[in-house]
Each structure stands twice: as C-alpha cells, then as structure tokens.
Design a protein around this ligand. Sequence first.
Ligand SMILES: [Zn+2]
Ligand SMILES: [Zn+2]
Length: 335
Amino acid sequence: MDDLQYGTRNKRGDWAPNEPAGTAPLFAYPPRPLAVLKWLPSYFLPYNVLFALSAVAWWRFVLPDVEVMKTFSVGWILWLFVVNCAALLVFFGVFELRLYILRAQGNRFKYNGKWPSEQKSKAFFFENQNLDNMLRTFGTGMPIWTAIEVAILHAYANGYVPWLSFAEHPLYLFLLALVVPIIHETHFFLLHRTIHWGPLYKWVHSVHHNSVNPSPWSSLSMHPVEQLGYLGVAFWHLIIPSNPLLALYQLHYAGFGAIPGHVGFDKVELTEDASVDSHAYIHYLHHKYFEVNYGDGLIPFDRWLGTFHDGSKDGEARMQARYEKKKARANAAAK
Ligand SMILES: [Zn+2]
Ligand SMILES: [Zn+2]
C-alpha cells in the first residue's frame, strides 16, 4: 500500500496521517445518531469481539472447576500464569515479529521514522528498549495480571460477591458486557491523569514513558504500581453485581487490549491492498508529547478538559498555547 496517499512523511522519516485523530461520536453533543451507527462496527471489531471471545475461551478451556478455585493452590494458579504468559507472548509477539523483526511492511504507516532496536538509551535495562519492556511485562506485569485474576475468581467461587448468572439476568449482563470498554476508558483516564501528577509521574508513570517511540512490548511495560492500577480495572466486577466471565473480559480488554495504542503503525497491512486501522495515533501522540491525550478517545474526556491533540497543526497550536499559559502561571507563582 502507498502510505503517502493517506498521509505525509517529514524529513526525519516520521509519517503522520492526513486525517486528524478523532474521538468516538458516542458522547458527542449535540448527539450524532448517524455517526454513531456508522462508528458502531469499529466499536466491536476486531478488538472487542476478540477479547470477549478470549474470555469465553479461558472460561471454557483454561480455568479449573469452581470447586478448585475455592482454595488457593499452586497447581491451578501456576497453570493460569503459564497460559497467560504464553498467550501474551503469541499475541504481542505476532505484531512484534511481523512489524519490527521481519519488518514486513517496512516503514509504511510508521509514525516514528526510527526503530527502537537501533536506539540505545540509558533509561532502559541493558540500554535496550525491547529487553527492558519484556522484562517488565513478564517479570511483574504477568504475575500481577494473574494475581488479580486469581483474586477475582477466588472471590466469586467462595460467594464473597454476588454471582449473577446469564440464565437469570441475560439482559443486564449483556448490557454490562457492552459497557466494558466504557468502564475501561473511564478507569484508565482517571488513573492515567492521576499518575501524570508530578511526584507520581516521577515515581511510577515515568517508567512507561521511557518508551517515547513505543512498540508492541511497550504496551504493558509499566511500574508495578501502574500495572496493578491499570489491570485492576477488573476489580470493578467485584463492586458492580456481575459475573466472573465479564471480569475476565474486562481484564483481557485491559491486558491484551493495551497493544493497539502502542503498535507504532497507523495501519497494519494484511495484504497488498487490505489493512486494519490500529487506532494508535491518539496514544502515540501521548507518548510523543506527554501532556495530551490522557484517554483513548472512546469518551471525549480530553476534549472536555482541553487536553486533546488530534495531530493537526491546530492541535499543535492549542497544545503550545496551553504550555505557554502553564509556564506563565508557574512563573507568576514563583515571583
Ligand atoms: Zn502508553
Ligand atoms: Zn502517560
């Protein structure tokens, strides 16, 4: 595919789409029902459906009987950990292998002209972004992911929280499944905005931002505190009356779903003329500029708070104006 039909490349080799990044029309005011109808398929495909199905697959093929999950034992917990790691290795690995190791589509649709593997940085373990990102993902990310999963399943199995069945509450649980991404977006935005606050940024969130030029393994490369906060979105299903399957879906949506924002390419080519949109641009701009796009755009939080950057010249000007204002305020406070 010719990426210059869809965007432009600057002298540094960075590619940017012609179309400014948009937020979903779901919460637009005044309401835009037609736009919502047109947008709906992209709400479900491919990621929502994929992560919902993966939760079903875990429920059916990976998890032990409820009786077993009533007690903590090394056997089923270790099994779950191994399956989670293997699944993540395959899922993230496919993107990494195709786009970054085989470079199957060269730098077509690649936001950043540089390849992380060719840039050493002291910010990373062994000065290597990929190695650092993988160590954090498997060293702390996957144990935390599995611990959250185990805690939730254990709570349901023992009846510590109400377990609504699909047979008795089909409509309610169906609607709750539909809002899983909305729960995610709200939780992620609030957490993310909080850890951008000075001291927390320094202590916790700066680890994730070491990857200024993110690639697939950057997705869950975070400080353990952030990993717990981020993947802990699934705990909402212990507070809201729910079903463990939906908690699992919420967890997979956060865990496996972290990749689209960090893939580094605007489109992933499938064949000569077919591709899937990654929807990565909004979060790519966050990694590039830090203080814009705290959310992923499903709910327009950043538009409401004036921190949205759509990648256009106007967006750039708005960001600069905001920085100037902030600087002026800081200077005034220092006097
Ligand atoms: Zn990120
Ligand atoms: Zn951030």
